[in-house]
Ligand binder design. Structure first.
Ligand SMILES: NC(=O)c1ccc[n+]([C@@H]2O[C@H](COP(=O)([O-])OP(=O)(O)OC[C@H]3O[C@@H](n4cnc5c(N)ncnc54)[C@H](O)[C@@H]3O)[C@@H](O)[C@H]2O)c1
Ligand SMILES: [Fe+2]
Length: 350
């Protein structure tokens, strides 16, 4: 679980006050800020002082283990140790912050820790501040990284942030398409969790709430206003809590393959896949299509049209490797229902 949560419009202004008691001597706080904000108003409001450093992180590609290692090694060389890492941005910048924090105190490469409970030592103090709502990265116990052989998170008890700052004002300027793709990550988390075999009362309580908030924003409301940002930020939080005690499902398992091979980003990749999952989630997909139309969003098509046999095989390998996701979606005997042939047909439709 997250140590401390603060929520509200303008709460970003309390960041300095929050960080102060966590400073260790003159060891700096490092702010990893989404490069979108370079030169923007928000970057000027980052309360850096003394030896603190603001690093604008490149999130053109979703976080790679190599990038995490470079940032962590540079910080170790320059400062020895730091007081804390603050991630400001979408899921990518927040995941980078979590991973860099862990790698400040754990030896080797972040690729060594892709898996479940491989991290053995707590990282340095870490803070997450979302500027997009939907991934749930602000609450989850993972940080999703693309490594030399797999796309897999550092899932561990040491991964969650010590503090998060949920300020819906920070999401206000996000472009409608991006906001939708990331928002749908949350919607899809809910559908996959609520329809999964791992479901339990903990996950259901949060999943039901998150789903209702997503519907308030994307089904029941016309247009976008402050209330939409407020609600979607809490939807993301609750959706993240829901999957913390269950799992995601088919859309994520399939979209991980796309992302590994084609670099398709998480939110849009999930949308591309979910659009074709009627056979698994009939009601969710129907509602999804309605939301796409109502909010006038473009979902890319035919992205697998020109792939080679080898490339299909690679995607299928990555996807079939996501065993807990398939098991949550289809049950313990999931391999009887999902095989390479069926998955190939699904990829061909994307
Ligand atoms: N750790 C987890 O539990 C978890 C869960 C789901 C997804 N993820 C990860 O999260 C990432 C996806 O995150 P995302 O969907 O939030 O997108 P993102 O962080 O990849 O950002 C997408 C784009 O939006 C820009 N952006 C960010 N905030 C903005 C703002 N306020 N206004 C305008 N542009 C803005 C970014 O610069 C980037 O170009 C993936 O790497 C995925 O693997 C992690
Ligand atoms: Fe997701």
């Amino acid at each position: 679980m997250i140590g401390y949560v603060i929520y509200g419009r303008g709460s970003f202004n309390q960041l300095e006050e929050i960080l102060q008691p966590n400073r260790k001597g003159d060891a700096p706080i490092i702010f990893l800020v989404d490069h979108f904000f370079e030169g923007k108003e928000l970057a000027k409001r980052v309360p850096a002082k003394g030896k603190d450093k603001v690093i604008f992180v490149d999130v053109t590609y979703e976080p790679k283990t190599t990038y995490v290692d470079i940032v962590a090694n540079q910080l170790k060389e320059e400062f020895g140790t730091v007081s804390g890492i603050v991630g400001i941005g979408g899921g990518s910048a927040m995941d980078l912050a979590k991973a860099v924090s862990l790698m400040m105190n754990n030896p080797g490469s972040s690729a060594d820790y892709q898996g479940w409970d491989l991290v053995k030592k707590a990282g340095v103090y870490k803070v997450g501040i979302p500027t997009l709502s939907g991934t749930g990265a602000e609450v989850s116990r993972t940080t999703v990284l693309t490594g030399p052989t797999k796309k897999l998170g550092m899932n561990s008890d040491f991964t969650p942030f010590d503090q998060i700052v949920l300020d819906p004002e920070l999401t206000a300027e996000a472009p409608a398409n991006q906001r939708f793709y990331t928002g749908m990550d949350c919607y899809i988390h809910c559908i996959e969790s609520l329809n999964g075999t791992y479901l339990n009362e903990f996950s259901k309580s949060y999943g039901d709430k998150a789903l209702q908030l997503c519907r308030d924003v994307y089904v029941n409301k016309d247009g976008w206003d402050e209330m939409s940002d407020d609600k979607l930020m809490m939807a993301s939080y609750a959706g993240g809590m829901s999957i913390a005690y269950s799992q995601v499902g088919v859309a994520h398992a399939v979209s991980y393959g796309l992302s590994y091979l084609l670099g398709t980003k998480h939110g849009i990749g999930n949308c591309i896949v979910f659009d074709h999952l009627e056979e698994f989630y009939p009601e969710g997909v129907k509602e999804f299509k309605y939301m796409v139309e109502k909010n006038q969003i473009d979902i890319p098509k035919n992205i697998c049209a020109n792939l080679t046999e080898d490339e299909f095989d690679k995607m299928i390998d990555v996807s079939m490797g996501m065993k807990p996701l398939w098991e949550n979606a289809l049950g313990v005997d999931w391999e009887k229902q999902m095989n390479r042939h069926r998955l190939r047909k699904l990829y061909e439709r994307l």
